[in-house]
Design a protein around this ligand. Structure first.
Ligand code: SAH
Length: 458
């Protein structure tokens, strides 16, 4: 029998928003049926128009706000900034922090069944704007001029953008300037549908501590028209530039970077620091986009690891070794594991760059490499994990429970999988002692959390 839904398309209804979706829309419930309404905030009462109904959820448009949230900021979320990844720009920073902290608390209790765990107040930024050190923007054409910005969601239409409120000014300036130069030189944009044209993306990366700028030009074609003039103009108009790189991506794909990379001018790397640790960043390297808060997060991880210099530590999902190099300063030896071989190459380079010798990096899947180590008799006193959104692999969690490290430090970018994994570890003999959310990405829905667990002696 067909279930009738409590709302129909084109209905006007009054709702109260209870929550936010992962992309920042308000969630209201009509007899249990969720309605997602862009721009609605938890606690607000509003009139909405139902514009779409699916079996399990509907979509509405905000028509009138009867009661505003005290956290609403009176600049409405502009389309541009939403596309640019600022889903929460219409909420005051205080409201954003409160929302994120509550989310961690609720999920740990609902999914993790961790009722009595202490969640510390979230650590936010003093200045939650202009923090991103990297941008990569698609290029298109409109009215004979180049535009660069963001794809509209679920579309191939590019929205031009002069400035992003979350990018560092140097990054905004670099993107704008390169766009202007390419426009002046009549370098054609790439057209996704016809797979014709030249310029696909412009990327800029900036080392905030060193003041070094990298510009990456990504084209479909192996050559760039007016290449020498382009380089000359970039050097003259962007004095902080230390590296200009050309990347060729000739495939029909949504992946931004292609396989061929060539330095057009300057160095292959720019450098930056997180704390005292120096990092070499190439066009293809992964590097944290908010180094200020990365330092805050990793200092906490280090504090929770509570190292005295005698410990053997495993850093699982180590990326370019950021946490490993932090930990190495206080540990006897750190073993980093990461699945992307290029990231492991970066990690090794970074260890050398800093003269850190008590680290060893291995490329492979954490859930295969670490169980193998354990079988060969290698166990860690302290284990750090920083997995991707899907959380830790079950096989890894099983090995951790057999290996029985004294402490586990869990760094997570997804509270739901964190809560799931903490429950498994609690059931296997660990206790969650500290939970510290950190705001790494202000104006967006993302929240990072670092957790300390300790082995309960039995
Ligand atoms: N701690 C890192 C970032 C971690 S992000 C840093 O500070 O740089 C999560 C990392 O896990 C990514 O680098 C990703 O490539 C890696 N990864 C994903 N699946 C993995 C697996 N099964 N085994 C090991 N690493 C994995």
């Amino acid at each position: 029998m067909k279930r009738t839904l409590p709302v129909n398309k084109n209905d006007y209804i009054d709702v109260v928003f209870e929550d936010l979706t992962h992309d920042g829309a308000g969630v209201a419930k009509v007899e249990g049926y969720p309605l997602f309404v862009p721009n609605g905030l938890p606690g607000e009462k509003a009139k909405v128009k139902v514009i779409k109904v699916n079996k399990s959820y509907g979509i509405g448009r905000l028509i009138e706000l009867y009661e505003k949230s005290t956290y609403r900021v009176d600049i409405p979320a502009t389309e541009k900034n939403k596309y640019g990844g600022c889903q929460l720009e219409h909420i005051s920073y205080e409201g954003q922090l409160k929302y994120k902290e509550n989310q961690v608390r609720q999920v740990l209790s609902r999914i993790g069944k961790l009722e009595d765990v202490v969640v510390h107040p979230i650590i936010g930024m003093d200045h939650p704007w202009h923090y991103r050190n990297k941008a990569q923007v698609p290029v298109g054409e409109k009215d004979g001029k180049l535009i660069a910005g963001f794809f509209k969601p679920r579309s191939h239409e590019i929205v031009d953008m002069d400035e992003s409120v979350i990018q560092l000014p140097e990054v905004n300036e670099a993107i704008q300037t390169v766009k202007e130069i390419c426009s002046e030189l009549s370098i054609p944009a790439y057209h996704e549908e016809s797979h014709q044209g030249v310029l696909r993306h412009i990327m800029a990366r900036f080392g905030k501590q060193t003041g070094e700028l990298m510009v990456v030009i990504i084209t479909k074609t192996a050559d760039i028209p007016h290449k020498n003039k382009l380089v000359e103009e970039i050097i003259s108009r962007l004095p902080k530039v230390k590296s200009i790189v050309h990347n060729v991506n000739s495939k029909r794909t949504n992946v931004i970077l292609g396989e061929k990379t060539k330095v057009l001018w300057g160095n292959e790397f720019i450098y930056d620091y997180i704390g005292d640790v120096k990092f070499a960043i190439s066009a293809l390297s992964f590097y944290q986009v908010n180094p200020v808060q990365t330092k805050v997060l990793y200092d906490k991880a280090l504090e929770y690891a509570d190292l005295s210099g005698t410990e053997s530590v495993i850093d699982a999902y180590c990326g370019i070794g950021t946490i490993s190099l932090f930990l190495a300063q206080k540990a006897k030896k750190v073993f980093g594991v990461e699945v992307v071989p290029e990231a492991i190459e970066d990690a090794k380079r970074n260890a050398k760059l800093n003269g850190i010798e008590n680290v060893e990096f291995t490329a492979g899947e954490a859930e295969i490499v670490i169980p193998n180590w354990y079988k060969q008799g290698n166990a860690a006193d302290v284990l750090v994990v920083d997995p991707p959104r899907k959380g830790c692999d079950e096989a890894l969690l099983r090995t951790i429970l057999e290996m029985k490290p004294k402490r586990i430090v869990y760094v997570s970018c997804n509270p739901s999988t964190l809560a799931r994994d903490l429950r498994i570890l609690e059931d296997g003999g660990y206790k969650t002692l500290e939970v510290q959310p950190v705001d790494m990405f202000p104006q967006t829905m993302h929240v990072e959390t670092v957790v300390l667990m300790s082995r309960v002696e039995k």
